[in-house]
Design a protein around this ligand. Sequence first.
Ligand SMILES: [Zn+2]
Length: 257
Amino acid sequence: MKKSFVTEAINLKSYPLSDNDSIVVMFSKTKGLIRAVARGAKKPKSKLGARIQMFIANKLMLFEGKNMDTIMEAQSVNTFSKIRYDLDKLSYSMYIVEIINNFCNSEFECSSNNIYDLIFETFQSISNAKEKKDVLFASLKFQIKIMKELGWGIDFKRCAKCMDDLEDTSSFFSYLDECFYCKKCALDKINGVWINNKIVEFLDTISEAQINQKTKYDEVVTLNILEKCFDFMKKYINNLTNKKTKVFETIEKTLAI
Ligand SMILES: [Zn+2]
């Protein structure tokens, strides 16, 4: 017996299935990353066609299928329309989609509801951003919060070895161990970066705050600092992605034997 179900989902990607139909990859509130068929979406006057565009959030009614679900009804909740008309907004939103694709697949246990809210709030902030600084800040918040949600969050408070608070003028972040060390414990560490304590405090504040919560840094943080922090998190996430890919390769090899 086929069943229908209702959920809210944000479109991440769509590709053609046939002359008239498309497949949409979405992040849903209840089931995480899903793929569904949008029948007739490629016909010129299809309402569904407009609603399956990238980044749009829809309330959906889906029909559960054997291999893939089918979209029966879609009603847009937010089109995040301003993302599409600005190259910065578009590229940072695409980067967010890339993170979701890499980390939120079925192999990873994740709380769909929280992650959905993170994506929604981030797209909302990027869409409404007035300048590049706002786009970067929203993307940085997403990087930090999504990693925390997936269990890969960074401890910005303590040294991973002696567990003392990070109180020195700067602390060492090891890309090898994926954690911070105080000055004393960092002596023999390589492959990392020294980060000013004010920046560590800033990152910790973001990590502790809700995604849409204003902090004391909102008005004062500069584009230059945000770019540095974004690159730091990007490198951290890329390292994890590579490790994760290797883990899956090993599992696949083991299963093949
Ligand atoms: Zn230490």
